[in-house]
Design a protein around this ligand. Structure first.
Ligand code: ARG
Length: 563
């Protein structure tokens, strides 16, 4: 039930000049519950009516009547509405218990396809913190879209092409050992790559050779191609360990190389429309009318570029998926690239260029500095995740030594801590990396929410919850239960906003707020003590447990029953 909508509808007959939709958009949710559950500001109306806003509010407050409203009052220029706590509380609990994980589902997306370009690490290079962010944010957005009725398509646009492969082949054929690479692909390949650059400083022949090898690869030379395939496979195996830990799968692994035979068409189309101009021997699309540097399409040696592949990929995705929207979850630093990409597509006459969205995000910092994956300072992500799991396990052994399924729970908490820490702030903010902070049980952390959920589960278990059918939820003292109900009520709207704004932090905030209100309730209300009220209270606990679990799921996290 949409109570905000109900308020809008009950206002409408008294506001002849405004449509229900418009009124709906005006309605606010006061920061403090003492100001009611919803508030309608009368400023705009005052302008139209040429009346004092306070006067309008007073007048409306006497007119609005609805059985589900406990009180309607004018406070200054606002009409504040207080919902009937018992009726509304009972309704929302019944709704959640019935819909379970489907509470908050909608069909806004109407089945429309939304490809999400996410994760997209580079072959033979370490999986960076940026790729972690892209993976985690992209996955949560995919889950949100699905809940809102879209069909998300997770695409791992692997960086599996480019001149660096030529260099790597030179290094491998000169200094590499197959066994070592098989054992530790990323580390060994990175070492080879670094050695190549070190030696190339004093030996320019290496670069020449590198270009030769890449040319061989482009021309389909057997040896070059089998090395490329092997590097790709070994790297993917390594990346998959990280995806497995996080429980993330992809619908497509079409990386940059997939578009090799699809770029000729892009070049032809650009040529046909006279969009290509020469600049220092290279071919570019001029974007000076947008005050942007030109988009580089083909280098002077004929080689195509990152942008050319992305143009081919955009076309391919439109044809293949006929998307409603096409997302690219990639760091802020590629902002210019995606602006150019959209503008070039627009110049090519594709009106769907407007449906491409760069879902940008900030950096992960360590002690205020960017975490580097270059040279010796590689932070191997799999190790980070394993360390988080170990730490979670140690914490658990202290708190709950007899716990069954310790491994499973530690994995859920360790990985969840990393995910939550990433998602709790708006994605465009930089994130300071600290395992200790992530794993704290107090404060706005994943483990805090997970612990709250487990606490709820244990109450249900101990109390023998009976399912609560057709009963009213009555609580004489509504001080601690109402803030919980209010959070539960706002969940569907939070899902909608998070989906529309591609912003999982809205959900993270929602589950933290709900967990906090629930813990406050738990500290003041003896849930299991009073036999006559026990089942009603457990029904509230069950609703909280369900919404916490669903909220965590939307962030890509698990909610263990015990921890
Ligand atoms: N592989 C790239 C990188 O690591 C990210 C690719 C993003 N996706 C895209 N379609 N350009 O920077």
């Amino acid at each position: 039930m949409d109570y905000k909508g109900l308020f809008a509808k009950s206002l409408a007959p008294h506001l002849g000049e405004l449509s229900v939709e418009k009124i709906y958009r005006f309605i606010e949710q006061p920061k403090q519950l003492s100001h009611g559950d919803f508030a309608f500001p009368c400023f705009e109306l005052a302008k139209i009516k040429r009346m004092a806003p306070n006067k309008i509010a007073e007048d409306l407050a006497t007119k609005v009547k609805e059985t589900l409203f406990e009180k309607v009052e004018a406070v200054g220029p606002y009409v504040n509405v207080f919902l009937d706590k018992t009726q509304v509380g009972t309704n929302v609990i019944h709704e959640i218990l019935k819909k379970k994980s489907h509470y908050g589902d909608s069909n806004i997306g109407n089945g429309g396809n939304v490809p999400i370009d996410m994760s997209s690490p580079n072959i033979a290079k370490p999986f960076s913190m940026g790729h972690l962010r892209s993976t985690v944010i992209g996955n949560s957005i995919a889950l949100l879209l699905k809940k809102s009725g879209y069909q998300p398509i997770r695409i791992n646009h692997l960086g599996d092409w480019g001149t660096q492969f030529g260099k790597l082949m030179v290094a491998y054929t000169k200094w590499g050992e197959e066994k070592k690479v098989r054992q530790n692909p990323i580390e060994e390949l990175l070492k080879l790559y670094i050695r190549f650059h070190e030696e190339a400083e004093s030996n320019p022949d290496l670069d020449v050779e590198g270009r030769k090898w890449f040319k061989k690869l482009e021309d389909g030379d057997e040896e070059a191609e089998s090395l490329w395939k092997w590097f790709r496979e070994e790297s993917l195996k390594e990346f998959n360990k990280i995806y497995d830990l996080m429980g993330i799968t992809f619908d497509s692994y079409h990386g940059e190389a997939f578009y090799n035979d699809k770029m000729a068409e892009v070049l032809e189309l650009l040529e046909e429309q006279n969009l290509l101009t020469e600049s220092e021997g290279a071919q570019v699309v001029d974007l000076s009318e947008h005050d942007l540097p030109p988009s580089l399409i083909r280098k002077s040696d004929g080689a195509t570029l990152y942008t050319t592949r992305d143009l081919a990929a955009a076309l391919y995705r439109k044809r293949n998926y006929d998307f409603d929207q096409s997302l690219y979850v990639v760091g802020n630093e590629q902002g210019l690239h995606f602006k150019q990409l959209k503008l070039v597509l627009e110049k090519m006459g594709y009106d769907w260029a407007k449906d491409l969205h760069h879902i940008s995000f900030g950096m992960i910092l360590k002690d205020g500095k960017k975490m580097s994956t270059r040279k010796g300072k590689v932070v191997l992500l799999e190790e980070v995740l394993r360390e988080a799991i170990e730490l979670a396990k140690t914490n658990m052994e202290e708190k709950n030594p007899g716990l069954e399924n310790k491994e499973e729970a530690a994995k859920a908490v360790g990985v969840g801590a990393v995910l939550f820490h990433d998602l709790k702030n708006h994605r465009n903010n930089d994130v300071e990396f600290s395992l200790e902070d992530m794993l704290r049980i107090e404060g706005e952390t994943g483990p805090y929410v997970q612990y709250t959920h487990a606490r709820g589960c244990s109450l249900l278990e101990k109390g023998g919850f009976n399912g609560f059918n057709d009963t009213m939820y009555l609580e004489e003292d509504q001080t601690y239960m109402w803030p919980i109900i209010s959070e539960l009520l706002s969940f569907p709207n939070a899902v909608q906003r998070a989906t529309e704004q591609f912003d999982p932090s809205i959900i993270a905030k929602c589950v933290v707020d709900l967990a906090q209100e629930f813990n406050r309730y738990y500290a003041h209300v003896r849930v299991l003590e009073d036999e006559t009220k026990k089942q009603q209270r457990l029904a509230l606990v069950q609703a909280v447990v369900l919404v916490l679990e669903e909220g965590l799921r939307l962030l890509g996290m698990k909610a263990p029953k015990q921890m």
